[in-house]
Every structure is written in C-alpha cells, then in structure tokens.
Write a protein that binds this ligand. Structure first.
Ligand SMILES: Cc1cc2nc3c(=O)[nH]c(=O)nc-3n(C[C@H](O)[C@H](O)[C@H](O)COP(=O)(O)OP(=O)(O)OC[C@H]3O[C@@H](n4cnc5c(N)ncnc54)[C@H](O)[C@@H]3O)c2cc1C
Length: 452
C-alpha cells in the first residue's frame, strides 16, 4: 500500500485525502491549526447561522456534485430559493437589480447609453493577439469602456477576489474570459457560440453555475470529509520540512518525522514560502511570499425584518469602489437558504477590506459593525440596531492572481517535474473559488494515484 502525506486540511487537502483513501492509499493529512476546513467556518448561534468565510459553492464542474454524492451529502445539500436569484449592483448610492436577460440590459438604469453602445460594438473590436499579458481592467476598457470597469467589473472583482482590477491578470484570474476572446474573437460572440462547447465539457460559466450550501452551512462538507478520514487527520501539526530520502519523502511536523511515498502540499502560498524543502539540495521557496493575500473582515449581522425597508430578496449586492462605501459587498444570506435566521429576522453578510481598503479589515469588531451598519442604513434603509453580530478577520484572505502570476505557477510545475512524487494543489495554484479547490483536490488525487 502506497503512503501519501497531504499538507493542509482546507477543502483542497480534504478532497485529495478523501479520494486517495478511497483508492486504497494510506493517507496522513497534516493540518497546522486546531480544525479542518481552512477558510470555511460556519457558526450556529442564537438561531442564526453565520458563515465567516465562503457562503456558497458554485457548481462549475461535474466533479463538485460527484464529491457531494461520494461523501453521502446529497440529502443535506441546499439550493437557493429560486426567488433569490436577483443580484444588485450599487449605482448612485442605490442597489439596482442586474438585468437577468439580454434584453433587460438595454432597459437597465445601471449603465448609461454609452456603456450599452459599447456592448453592441464589442463583437466588432479586433481581438488582441500580441501575447502581452493584460489586467482585467485593461481588457474591459479595451473591449467595452471605462464605465463598465468602474460600475460593474470593479464590483465583481471585489466580490470574487477582494482584489484590484488594474492588477489582477486576465490570463490567470479570468482565464475563461481570455479564452472567449482567443477562441471566438469576442466576449459576446463567445457567450453565444461557446454554449455548445461548454455543454460538451460539462463546465458551467461562473455567472450561470448553480449555487449551493448545506443545512448547517458549508462547514458540513469539511466536517464530513474529516470524519471519513478519521485518525488520518493530524491537527495542530504544521509541517516545517520535507526531505527527499532515497525514493521517499520525510515529513517533519510538530517535532515528529515520518516517511511517505508521495507528498502533496495543499496549504497556502505564504505557508509554502516558510517550508524547508530539501531534495538533492535545499530549494528556496521564498518567492511564494511575494503573492499578495489582502486582509478581509466578514461581518454577519442579524436584523428584525421589520427594521429593513429593502426586500433583501436575492443573492446580494456588490458595491463598486467609485461609490465610496466601506462595504465591498453584502450577501442576503437568509434570503438564499432557509433556517439562517430566526422567524422575523434577516441575516446579512458583508465583507470589508480587500485591496480596496485593506486598513479597514483590521478594525476592532465594534468599529467594523458601526461602519457596516452605517452603510446598510444608507443602502438598504436599515433602521434598528443589529440583533445578532458575528465578525471574523482574515489577515490573509484570498491569493491575488496579479499580472505576472505565471511565474509562480511555472515554479510549481518545475518543482513537480524535478522532484518525483512531490505535488502542489489548492487555491494558490488552481483558482480561488471553493469549486476550483474541490476540482484541484480531486484532480491531484487522480494524478498521485496514477503516478504509482
Ligand atoms: C472571506 C472569504 C470568503 C470567501 N467566499 C467564497 C464563496 O462564497 N464562494 C467560493 O467559491 N469561494 C469563496 N472563498 C474562497 C474559498 O473559500 C477558498 O478558495 C477555498 O476554501 C480554499 O481552500 P484551500 O484548501 O485551497 O485553502 P485553505 O482553506 O486556505 O486551507 C489551507 C490549509 O492549509 C493549512 N496549512 C498551511 N500551511 C501548512 C503547513 N505547513 N502544515 C500544515 N497545514 C498547513 C492551513 O492551516 C489551512 O487550514 C472565500 C474566501 C474567503 C477568505
């Protein structure tokens, strides 16, 4: 029986360990902290369910539904209320519903006539073929216009990466948008003519992918996988050193050393930078500390339903930086899934900080709650005080796939080819969403199993 060490007990490491164990490998999962799940953290308190980290999984690949099924979690899966599909973007201080249908785009107050004409013009703009890596901001201005960037894409980028659109790489952070231009010459043409290709591959675009969670929040998934792994999970075991010894790898964690046939690193980029890796000679991993993870605070507030004038029926609202609020975006959590708030109450989950205003994320909880409540009063006409408060601070939240990120991905590929049975997976390599991380974990398990 082959033995595999998996470093990191977030969703990537848990998925990889779960599938490798099912394929007969002897797995050991080392997690530095006292719990599994990484940034997934659901808390049930006073009848409210608060998600400190991610709120929903987007089902962008069939591998995601497969994991839920294989983990026996189909009966606990919750899909959002079909009436909660509306998404709002703030313009001129008010949340405006994003048009769901193409024709609605021409009627929306979200964009001026100039932005609408830019969409009509887009299929006629020549694709860029010079190989120069652009930011998503440069791409949007080139193919649409500045208003699209300032009033739509900036908000979207804050919602996914808590990032800066003028720094995030089109190639690495939005590869599917780049592929539309590369393959169809235009985003609009790619949306229309690419539908058949997407159907064939089973992949679903992020803006169309169904979302889901579980009855007791996303934590159900890591908890279930960890329970299946049982004694294979070693908590409070930060791995500090990996050494190649003969044809095996020696893993040093919490003062103990054990040898394995293969190692997968499923931690964070800044965790990787601190790891001592010794193959035939020591390998310097310090370059990975350059990858930026901006701080984010999540602020979950409960209110009496009667104290909010806005219906809050929908997924939530995104706020572009140009609108000058403190919140990056707010999810209408209790409108999405049942049992997130007691009867007569609402739960709103807001995010603060990111690349836009990193200094705000580290504010003490009472100041954060005051800032967020102040914004919600203006945006959603909230009157009363919160009846429930839960805040969480992520000093290093989401890796930024900024222009030049290919350097880090190439380093990882080079390390894998130079070192037999050493693998890398997770949100610092394969995409930052939960769905991407599940696919990353499932794929790496397959690669490791096939490598023996
Ligand atoms: C606030 C927030 C909101 C988000 N919202 C969403 C959302 O709604 N939907 C969505 O799809 N995605 C969302 N994401 C992104 C998504 O949650 C992550 O991409 C995904 O959970 C990453 O999983 P991971 O296993 O790759 O990494 P992580 O969850 O970061 O796990 C890595 C684990 O490795 C451990 N580790 C690191 N180094 C070592 C070491 N040397 N030894 C042992 N253990 C180590 C860490 O302790 C950690 O537990 C959000 C992220 C954040 C922070």
């Amino acid at each position: 029986m082959k033995s595999v060490a998996i470093i990191g007990g977030g969703i990537t490491g848990l998925t990889a360990a779960f599938y490798l164990q099912r394929r007969g490998a002897a797995v050991t999962l080392f997690e530095a902290s006292s719990r599994t799940g990484g940034v997934i953290h659901s808390i049930r308190k006073d009848g409210f369910l608060a998600e400190s980290g991610p709120n929903t999984i987007l089902e962008t690949s069939p591998k995601i539904a497969q994991l839920i099924h294989d983990a026996g979690l189909d009966p606990r899966k919750l899909t959002p209320d079909p009436h909660a599909e509306a998404r709002f973007v703030v313009r001129d201080g008010r949340p405006i519903e994003m048009p769901g249908k193409p024709l609605g785009f021409f009627a929306t107050k979200l964009f001026s006539i100039g932005a609408k004409l830019a969409v009509v013009r887009e299929p006629f703009i020549k694709p860029r073929r010079d190989g120069v890596e652009e930011s998503i901001g440069q791409f949007v201005v080139r193919r649409f216009n500045q208003e699209f960037l300032d009033h739509a894409i900036d908000a979207l980028v804050a919602g996914i990466y808590a990032g800066n659109p003028n720094k995030l790489s089109l190639t690495h952070a939005f590869p599917k948008l780049k592929a539309l231009e590369d393959n169809y010459g235009s985003m609009i043409k790619g949306q229309i003519f690419g539908a058949r290709d997407r159907k064939k591959s089973g992949e679903v675009a992020k803006d169309r992918a169904p979302k889901f969670s579980f009855d007791e929040g996303l934590q159900v998934l890591p908890d279930t996988l960890a329970a299946r792994l049982g004694g294979a999970v070693k908590l409070n075991c930060p791995v500090t050193k990996i050494t190649h010894v003969g044809s095996r790898w020696r893993v040093t964690a919490a003062g103990a050393e054990n040898e394995f046939d293969a190692v997968i690193f499923c931690g964070t980029a800044y965790g990787l930078a601190q790891l001592q890796l010794h193959a035939t000679a020591p390998i310097d991993l310090s370059a990975f500390s350059e990858i930026r993870y901006p701080p984010v605070a999540s602020v979950v507030l409960g209110f009496k339903r009667a104290d909010i004038a806005h219906p809050c029926s929908g997924f939530g609202m995104l706020i572009p930086g140009i609108e000058k609020f403190n919140i990056l975006g707010t999810i209408f959590s209790s409108a999405l899934f049942p049992d997130r708030a007691p009867t007569g109450h609402l739960t709103l989950t807001s995010y603060v900080g990111g690349e836009r205003q990193p200094e705000l994320a580290a504010l003490p909880p009472d100041k954060l709650v005051a800032l967020v409540t102040g914004d919600l009063r203006k945006l959603l006409d909230v009157r009363g005080e919160p009846t429930f408060v839960h805040t969480a601070f992520w000093p290093r939240a989401i890796p930024q796939y900024n222009v030049g990120y290919g350097k880090y991905r190439d380093l990882l590929t080079g390390l894998e080819s130079a070192n037999s049975h050493l693998f890398f997976a997770g949100c610092y390599r394969d995409g930052v969403s939960l769905g991407d991380s599940i696919v990353s974990g499932a794929n790496i398990a397959e690669r490791v199993a096939n490598s023996f």
